[in-house]
Design a binder for this molecule. Structure first.
Ligand code: RP5
Length: 175
């Protein structure tokens, strides 16, 4: 956990979503971005969702990340009640593998967007939040550029291993 005024609010429909949604928090921590994390359900606790959305901006939150499964309306309801950018994470469930969550998160009406990442892609949600914050934070932008450079270097290393006929992962640093 990074100390300081939270800049990102991570919400999830149930504590059963926590193992996945914690990945978004881990990314934010990697970039030194303070965040808060809570449970609020669009259907089971609509008043809590409403209150959170109304108060978040005034508390200094700049981006919301919302993960929910099934009839996943959490991100959309938050977006209805705030002008903060909302990133939606469709949580995979047992019935339809997350397709239900994906469609109910992404198919927002015109005028009320939710930036929806892939099914279960909480890490990407964290990265997108970092990128949004980085548009007005040069130090964070530098850290994100370094992250992109590391990604590219990893691909170069993989290409070299493949060219050398090595098995996937062979020759990788272990630390
Ligand atoms: C959704 O229903 C939650 O976001 C969760 O993904 C799913 C199951 O919730 P629980 O029954 O585990 O509380 O609202």
């Amino acid at each position: 956990m990074v100390h300081g005024q939270p800049r990102v609010g991570i919400l999830m429909g149930s504590d059963s979503d926590l193992p996945l949604m914690e990945e978004a928090g881990r990314v934010l921590a990697e970039f030194g971005v303070p965040y808060e994390l809570t449970v609020a359900s669009a259907h089971r606790s609509p008043d809590r969702v409403h209150a959170y959305a109304r108060e978040a901006e005034g508390r200094g939150i700049q981006v919301l990340i919302a993960g929910a499964g099934g009839a996943a309306h959490l991100a959309g309801v938050l977006a209805a009640h705030t002008s903060l950018p909302v990133i939606g994470v469709p949580i995979p469930g047992p019935a339809l593998g997350g397709l239900d969550s994906l469609l109910s998160t992404v198919q927002m009406p015109s005028g009320v967007p939710v930036a929806t990442v892939g099914i279960g892609a909480a890490r990407n949600a964290g990265l997108l939040a970092v990128q949004i914050l980085a548009t007005s934070d040069p130090a964070l932008r530098d850290r994100f550029r370094q992250f992109k450079a590391r990604l590219a270097a990893e691909v170069e290393a993989k290409a070299a291993r493949v060219a050398a006929g090595m098995a996937p992962g062979a020759g990788r640093e272990t630390s």
